[in-house]
Ligand binder design. Structure first.
Ligand code: NAD
Ligand code: IPM
Ligand code: MN
Length: 352
């Protein structure tokens, strides 16, 4: 029996996870589910954003489908108790070091992209983001300078093993695509990045069939909106990958379209949209469920070895979008429910 941990979380999290569950029930009806509290919802109920039962559930499950965490009501809490610590804690505890964030333009979404249609049409890339290191997990703290000014710090650090293992995922991912890997860093300024670049170059010796290049992150941000079609596979650190993937989403039409997979060495995965809890539209039935539905497809492919079911979901989303279905973020007026119905109806038509 295959058991999925459903961690819906906060804001639009429960809305988009419910949508993905309905789609999964059609393409993989035998899956079983256990729901867990996470983020602000867990803090409210149990006084902790990542209660031990939820962590245990995540470890027991075959895969995790995650919504989003974050609630402005808790932004003033001490950091350890904030909703966002739940997703960071899950990534760390499950050693989910490799985050795949594909961005491509679904046919018909040229109008929704922030780019000109002929430029937008070319985007088809994947960001391989390191997920358990960098400035996210380095030593952090607050204090005072010698002159009594308030001070804050976050240590940016990587060791060579951490860089080498994500570099390998980058090269392996490039091998499944156009065999072009771009490593994005800030080696002109940061020592962490110089180590990153050195190690990526060393790992490259094992992948002579992949064309490796390097780019500074500021230039990469510019190139991403100038011509995203130039990119195939991008490997980068935790912070740069976070920022570049939100940016890539608007090239592809909307942050409501981008799924992600967070993987470790044991094929255990956590699957989530790249977006957050969207407090501004939560509870209104406006959220685009596609990013989460497509994350469920990634789950079927990467953790459950069901590529056919993954293909069916992706084809159904593509056809639904091509047929003109649009939530508000895509310039339309469909509700979360209506968009989900559209995908379900397309699945049924394809099956019949
Ligand atoms: P956000 O991604 O939640 O929202 C940014 C903007 O995009 C908002 O205007 C929102 O309405 C819109 N948006 C996001 N997802 C959408 C969807 N599916 N359909 C339509 N519109 C969508 O980012 P934010 O506002 O910076 O953060 C809100 C909260 O979410 C914060 O607490 C943040 O820490 C958290 N967050 C959590 C995750 C996660 O759980 N992995 C990711 C990002 C942000
Ligand atoms: C994401 C989010 C998270 C991150 C936050 C909520 C910790 O922005 O998943 O992209 O920065 O990784
Ligand atoms: Mn993010």
């Amino acid at each position: 029996m295959t058991m999925i941990a459903l961690l819906a979380g906060d804001g639009i999290g429960p809305e988009v996870v419910a949508a993905a569950r309905r789609v999964l029930d059609v393409v993989a009806p035998d899956l079983t589910y256990e729901e867990g509290l996470v983020g602000g919802a867990a803090y409210r109920a149990q006084g902790h954003p990542l209660p031990p039962e939820t962590l245990d559930l995540a470890h027991r499950a075959d895969a995790i489908l995650f919504g989003a965490v974050g609630d402005p009501a808790f932004d003033a809490l001490e950091r350890a108790m904030r909703p966002e610590q739940a997703i960071l804690g899950l990534r760390k505890s499950l050693k989910l070091f490799a985050n795949l964030r594909p961005a491509r333009l679904f046919q018909g979404l040229e109008d929704a992209s922030a780019l000109k249609p002929e430029i937008a049409r070319r985007i088809d890339l994947v960001i391989v983001r390191e997920l358990v290191g960098d400035v996210y997990f380095g030593d952090k703290g607050r204090g005072f300078t010698s002159t009594g000014l308030r001070e804050g710090h976050d240590l940016m650090r990587y060791d060579e093993v951490e860089v080498a293992r994500i570099a390998r995922v980058g090269f392996e991912t490039a091998r499944t695509r156009q065999r072009r890997l771009l490593s994005v860093d800030k080696a002109n300024v940061l020592e962490t990045s110089q180590l990153w670049r050195d190690v990526v170059n060393e790992v490259a010796r094992d992948y002579p069939d992949v064309a490796l290049s390097h780019m500074y992150v500021d230039n990469a941000a510019m190139q991403l909106v100038r011509d995203p079609g130039q990119f195939d596979t991008i490997v980068t650190g935790n912070l740069f990958g976070d920022i570049l993937s939100d940016q890539a989403s608007m090239c592809a039409g909307s942050i409501g379209m981008l799924p992600s997979a967070a993987l470790n060495h044991e094929s255990k995965g956590l699957y989530e949209p790249i977006h957050g809890s969207a407090p501004d539209i939560a509870g209104q039935g406006k959220a685009n469920p596609c990013a989460t539905i497509l994350s469920a497809a990634m789950m079927l492919r990467h953790s459950l070895d069901r590529p056919d079911a993954a293909d069916r979901i992706e084809a159904a989303v593509a056809a639904t979008i091509a047929g003109g279905a649009r939530t508000a973020d895509l310039g339309g007026n469909l509700s979360t429910d209506a968009m989900t119905q559209g995908v379900l109806a397309t699945l049924e038509t394809a099956a019949g």
